[in-house]
Design a protein around this ligand. Structure first.
Ligand code: GLN
Length: 482
């Protein structure tokens, strides 16, 4: 009841939920009470959760925050949510997100942007350099500058799991499900002072989760602290006959890793993550994280991941390619929206033209282009080779004895809603993923943990990257930082 009331009062401000299920929540909570009274409760009995709109929930709004899925209510439950309900969790509703999980600010949602519960602690005017297209890409031009006032500015919560992060941060749920294809759990967690983990590819079943890029997508929790994230991931993870990429390994008791010493652990610091123009606050936070772990007895070693610089361009080939294929199913016949036409082809065209937003259309165009005859070898195949090299960089670091890699989670703190630079240049938005996409390309687990505030009082996160299926070490190390 307290959460239902909090959502009623605050959702108009944050726009975190796109559908609420208070009756279902009360019904589930009652059933949970009954199980507890009988003494056969599960690990999450009565815990109220928000569910990203990407997860199929039986009989409940599931639209990936896209117009093209208007009115879609699945007749089945995703494996992740079914696992959570089996452990006793309670559903509060469906959470806002970027359309089909494509975005880094939650502004591509058909339901409008989510507002970050965090605000800048003081007002100021910032002078922004303008950019122009130079020979080597976009460069800052020295001359013209635009002054911008950040007075009382609304900030984005990050994306694509912006609703999940904002709802957890604003106490509108005790924890949330999220998904991460290139950073969509970790970047919003960093922007909202919450904890988010993208597990190893295969740790969590993708069945019943609307597909974006199938070889990169992985679900995980966003939670208020590391312990909550550990408890939630244990429930979400499972091998599943309905997803043949899910892996048949026992799911450890992640919570047991919390509180264990990191003494003697080897922490790798990759030099390639020290990017040009990185804000001083982020560099300082990284140094603080290094000092905390060193003080806790860990050994800090410099490492090199030389193919890091190719990760972002390769990701923006692989992800749109897979997306263009996955999104072919939205044709006005099987799900959601149908816009009639004079024949079936025109009906497809009208439905897809009206149903998909700008960013999704951009991805479909990039994806079909890089997969088309003549360009497949030059782009898609090349990107897959780069992906192997990125994976190998990590393998070599781990083979040399590194247990965990520490990096910043994002190259900046939360930015403003409707940021002019990002709106003018999609590549600027894509740069948000610079520290997170490598992890998806290599299939590794990564956690974002809040580690401090910037000069404006906004949360900043650090990222820990682990060996495949070694989420335990991530929880153990993240708990030392939080
Ligand atoms: N921001 C990235 C993109 O738009 C990642 C999204 C995600 O992880 N789902 O593709």
């Amino acid at each position: 009841d307290a959460y239902v009331k909090a959502i009623d009062q605050a959702n108009a401000t944050f726009n975190a939920y796109v559908a609420t299920t208070p009756d279902k929540a009360r019904e589930m909570a009652k059933a949970s009470d009954a199980r507890l009274a009988r003494g056969d409760g599960g690990a999450l009995e009565g815990i109220p959760l928000g569910i990203k709109d990407l997860f199929a929930t039986e009989g409940v709004h599931t639209q990936a925050c896209s117009h093209v899925l208007d009115g879609f209510e699945p007749r089945y439950e995703s494996t992740v949510t079914a696992n959570l309900w089996a452990d006793g969790a309670v559903m509060l509703g469906k959470l806002n997100m970027d359309e089909f999980a494509m975005g880094s600010s939650n502004e591509t949602s058909y339901y409008g942007p989510v507002i970050n519960p965090w605000r800048r602690s003081r007002t100021e005017t910032v002078v922004m350099p303008t950019t122009h297209q130079g020979d080597g890409g976009f460069v800052a031009s020295g001359g013209a500058k635009t002054a911008r006032s950040y007075d009382n500015m609304q900030l984005v919560p990050g994306g694509s799991s912006g609703g999940s992060a904002a709802a957890v941060s604003a106490f509108l749920c005790a924890g949330a499900t999220a998904t991460d294809t290139g950073g969509s759990i970790r970047q919003p967690a960093a922007f909202t002072g919450t904890v988010g983990i993208k597990p190893t590819y295969g740790r969590v079943s993708r069945w019943g989760t609307v597909a974006f890029a199938s070889s990169l997508d992985q679900a995980g929790p966003i939670a208020r602290d590391v312990r909550d994230a550990a408890i939630l991931l244990k429930s979400m993870a499972s091998v599943d006959a309905k997803d043949t990429t899910s892996v048949d390994l026992p799911v450890p008791d992640y919570e047991a890793a919390i509180g264990k010493s990191v003494k003697g652990m080897k922490i790798g610091i990759p030099k390639e993550y020290r990017v040009d123009g990185m804000p001083e606050d982020i560099e300082a936070l990284w140094q603080k994280g290094i000092a905390w772990l060193r003080d806790a007895g860990a050994e800090i070693v410099d490492i090199s991941l030389p193919h890091t610089k190719y990760a972002l361009p390769a990701y923006y080939i692989v992800a749109p390619a897979e997306a263009s294929s996955n999104l072919a199913r939205y044709d006005g016949v099987r799900y959601g929206l149908r816009v009639p036409g004079k024949d079936i082809i025109e009906m497809y065209e009208n439905t897809r033209a009206a149903g998909f937003g700008r960013e999704v259309k951009r991805r479909i165009m990039i994806g079909t282009y890089v997969l088309s005859a003549g360009y497949y070898d030059a782009y898609y195949l090349q990107a897959q080779k780069v992906r192997t090299l990125i994976k190998r960089d990590f393998e070599l670091a781990f083979a040399a004895g590194v247990d965990v890699i520490l990096t910043p989670a994002t190259p900046s703190a939360a930015f403003g809603v409707a940021d002019e630079d990002m709106a003018a240049d999609p590549v600027k938005m894509y740069l948000n993923d610079i520290f997170t996409v490598t992890v998806n390309m290599a299939g590794l687990p990564g956690i974002a943990v809040p580690a401090g505030l910037d000069g404006h009082g906004l949360p900043l996160g650090l990222q820990l990257i682990g060996r495949p299926f070694d989420e335990e070490t991530l929880f153990q190390t993240a708990h030392v930082i939080e």
